[in-house]
Design a protein around this ligand. Structure first.
Ligand code: AP5
Ligand code: MG
Length: 214
């Protein structure tokens, strides 16, 4: 099963991708998580990516495309994967299609998690993230067992640098300009599925399972 998650920042792509990965036993590949791990480890890629991410801008396509193409060649991705945060521009989608065509395969579904902009700012200000393992929480909707501590690995939880309200507004603008056109792109390939991301996260997941099958 080869899946793409589409949706605005904070729509719940990561939340749903983790559940999908667990249920269908496929890797969750999040370009945002890969960049954040690189920033944490002080790599050259991380240094480059941080300057864009902190401003709410997209990292240039050339820093992302090869990285994902390489990741998809790894052994654990043979049985499928759920891509979260990639592709994010039409050129990224075209290079993904080209890389998959070379491998003799294609995307099964692009799942668009729909949430209106009005709901997004509130969601982001309550999000807390673990920089070590990538787990995501929410102060109201998905509380960790102990305040400020990751349930999975015990690391402290943080408010992401790019979750300040002004940066979230910028990211939403970038999403509408550069990423939303992918909805038509995948609709044209007959692989687009839309789910209502304003529902409770377990209901959203049930809607996704109804699409993918048990
Ligand atoms: P990335 O990390 O991908 O961020 P994003 O797309 O902005 O999305 P988020 O991770 O913020 O939101 P999400 O949809 O995953 O929501 P979540 O599940 O956490 O990218 C960050 C940056 O990296 C980009 O801005 C860019 O600079 C760069 N980048 C990454 N990939 C790139 C690429 N391909 N090309 C170029 N640049 C790239 O949920 C949000 C919150 O809401 C959580 O607290 C969650 O608990 C809560 N929540 C989730 N679902 C629900 C629900 N149904 N009801 C209530 N609360 C919910
Ligand atoms: Mg995410």
């Amino acid at each position: 099963m080869q899946l793409i998650m589409l949706g605005a920042p904070g729509a719940g792509k990561g939340t749903q991708a983790k559940k999908i990965a667990e249920k269908y036993n496929i890797p969750h590949i999040s370009t945002g998580d890969i960049f954040r791990a690189n920033i944490k480890n002080g790599t050259e890629l991380g240094k480059k990516a941080k300057t864009y991410m902190d401003q709410g801008l997209l990292v240039p396509d050339e820093l992302v495309v090869d990285l994902v193409a390489d990741r998809l060649q790894q052994e654990d991705a043979k049985a499928g994967y759920v891509l979260d945060g990639f592709p994010r521009t039409i050129p990224q989608a075209e290079s993904l299609d080209a890389a998959l065509a070379k491998m003799g395969t294609k995307i099964d579904y692009a799942i668009d998690v729909e949430v209106p902009d009005e709901n997004i700012i509130n969601r982001m200000s309550g999000r807390r993230a673990c920089v070590k393992c990538g787990a995501t929480y929410h102060l109201e909707y998905a509380k960790p067992k102990a305040d400020g501590v990751c349930d999975m690995c015990g690391e402290s939880l943080i408010l992401r640098d790019d979750d300040q309200p002004e940066t979230v507004k910028k990211r939403l603008g970038v999403y509408h300009d550069q990423t939303q056109p992918l909805i038509d792109y995948y609709s044209g390939q007959n692989v687009l599925k839309e789910v209502d991301g304003t529902k409770d996260m377990n209901e959203v997941f049930a809607d996704i399972v109804a699409i993918l099958g048990e």
